[in-house]
Design a binder for this molecule. Structure first.
Ligand code: FES
Length: 83
């Protein structure tokens, strides 16, 4: 049985495909991006990304979507940490 493919567009304009339930970190790596991490338990917010305008914490979220749905991802930036 073929798994559902979810098309994901990354901030560097790379497009990758993932399956429902894949994790965000390894999928981002396939696109050449590294999602920052901290606690990996969902409490620090270091891994926050925007998916279709909705902020999620990548360490506690799986990739969810439907066949026809394009997920547009942007990495959130915290001005406090920017130099
Ligand atoms: S790594 Fe801390 S919330 Fe995800």
């Amino acid at each position: 049985m073929k798994e559902t493919e979810i098309k994901i567009q990354w901030p560097n304009n790379t497009v990758t495909y993932a399956s429902e339930g894949d994790d965000w970190f390894s999928t981002a790596r396939k696109a050449g991006l590294e999602i920052p991490t901290g606690c990996l338990t969902g409490s620090c917010g270091a891994c926050e990304i925007d998916v279709n305008g909705k902020t999620i914490r990548a360490c506690i979220s799986d990739i969810r979507g439907s066949k026809k749905c394009l997920l547009k991802v942007s990495l959130t930036t915290d001005p406090f940490w920017e130099k």
